[in-house]
Design a protein around this ligand. Structure first.
Ligand SMILES: [Zn+2]
Length: 457
């Protein structure tokens, strides 16, 4: 490669850069020997006073000063705090916002050729006669209908007699309006229809794509293979494409061999539900158990935490409900644990089991998952506190086994001061009910809707 060509580009850039950042001279050095960019940072260090307008924000910022550790830089665009080229690229690239019509055109189980055809049709990039007119060809009639119209994208896919009949067969069975609207709006009408279950959504997404594909195939068969326009063939092909799609996506269900039965089955399918029993267990002798939980209205937003400490008889030692200001859900989970553990230490309990219903937080505490930089400081604080206990264990529990902590105050993010409960009678009514059930180690049911679908009996 000719390097001199690159150099000519490099030189002006260097000059531009030099203009932006003035070269630092000995004059700009401060007393302690560090450099200051004299254009952007005012020299407040001389009288050792911070600019008054910044004082509140400096005081409010939480600096996790650890004298025994070296400072560490975190790359903010990555949750791990580590630099990566992909995150840097995401930061600088110009990106168009996602549109629904673009994302719905594609699906991993819909053949690429079908989606690509629709993508081209929506942009008018198909070799119909209308396109050829611009190259000097005479207007030509369509290939699909008995009473012919013009060979245009709108006629082939939407407004033509043949296309309208095909659309109406499928619109009728899925309860979608048949009124004329341009192709783009027609697709959005299908894609924004109400659906009951994922498989129903898939059918609504795929059917209009398959209809367009088969209408185009029909045109090609007449134009290039000398076949007759045939509505039964097109309708059957659309059904078959849907059948193949469902058979690949949900291979454990045997799908019926007719469109009507297929639609009926899709509408009757439900998600499988997994039901299991979960318990709150009393801790072993000499141990106490702290259950904590976070409360947040929005994520991120105003956050709060609550929790309760119980002994091996299931009796209440103390409970709390407190606001934490602004933050994320995960931050409030960790802060609730810190708040509870600090109280444990103050009251002299040194053998404690911490139970949290966020599995991710437990994985962070146990170093089983990489800690994001956003919560590293709080996790470090939690770890420092845990070293003060004789015995410290932490484990994950299901939300259904943590209802008592959950019911303490649903709105702990709304109150302004911490609330401490020392006797069972002080607890809110709902929390007291769950507390009594926990004391009996009563089972709770955990129901989870699975992605897997179930064929109706
Ligand atoms: Zn036609």
């Amino acid at each position: 490669m000719d390097i001199s060509r690159l150099m000519t580009h490099a030189e002006p850039i260097e000059e531009e850069k030099l203009k932006e950042v003035p070269r630092m001279t000995k004059k700009d050095r401060t007393e302690n020997g560090s450099y200051f960019d004299n254009t952007s940072v005012p020299k407040y260090h001389k009288d050792k006073k911070a600019p008054p307008q910044f004082v509140p924000s400096i005081l409010a910022s939480n600096i996790n000063y650890q004298p025994h550790k070296l400072d560490q830089a975190s790359w903010k665009p990555n949750s791990s705090g580590e630099f990566s080229c992909s995150s840097a690229w995401e930061l600088i690239r110009d990106k168009r916002s996602k549109t629904r019509i673009n994302s719905q055109t594609w699906h991993k189980h819909i053949p690429f050729k079908c989606s690509f055809l629709l993508w081209r049709a929506l942009r008018g990039k198909l070799p119909t006669n209308k396109k050829l007119i611009s190259f000097g060809k005479a207007p030509a009639q369509c290939y699909c209908c008995h009473r012919a119209g013009l060979d245009t994208i709108d006629h082939i896919f939407v407004s033509g007699n043949f296309a309208r009949k095909v659309w109406s067969v499928f619109s009728d069975s899925l309860g979608i309006s048949k009124e004329y609207t341009p192709l783009r709006n027609l697709m959005m009408r299908w894609w924004s229809s109400n659906y009951s279950i994922e498989v129903h959504k898939l059918i609504l997404q795929a059917t209009p794509i398959f209809i367009c594909w088969n209408l185009w195939k029909n045109r090609g068969a007449i134009k290039y293979e000398g076949k007759q326009s045939n509505i039964t063939r097109v309708i059957y092909s659309v059904f078959k494409d849907n059948f193949n799609l469902l058979s690949t996506t949900y291979s454990y269900i045997s799908w019926p061999n007719s469109w009507k039965e297929l639609v009926l089955l899709v509408e009757k399918c439900t998600n499988e539900v997994n039901v299991s029993t979960v318990y709150w267990r009393k801790p072993s002798a000499h141990m106490v158990k702290l259950n904590t939980n976070a409360s947040a209205l929005h994520n991120p937003g105003k956050i709060g935490g609550r929790g309760l400490l119980r002994n091996n008889q299931g009796d209440l030692l103390f409970a709390f409900s407190t606001p934490f200001g602004e933050g994320t859900n995960n931050q409030s989970e960790i802060l609730a644990a810190i708040f509870g553990l600090t109280w444990c230490l103050q009251l002299g309990y040194t053998k404690v089991i911490l139970e949290v219903d966020s599995e991710l937080v437990i994985r962070w505490i146990k170093h089983l998952a990489q800690q994001p930089w956003t919560v590293k400081a709080q996790l470090q604080q939690l770890q420092d506190i845990s070293h003060h206990f004789q015995v410290f264990k932490c484990s994950h529990t299901y939300r259904e086994a943590n209802f008592t902590a959950d019911a303490l105050s649903k709105h702990s993010h709304k109150c302004t001061t911490p609330h401490i409960y020392l006797t069972k009678q002080e607890l809110p009514k709902e929390a007291r009910a769950y507390f009594e059930l926990d004391k009996l180690e009563m089972a709770n049911f955990r129901r989870r809707r699975l992605k897997r679908i179930k064929k109706p009996p």
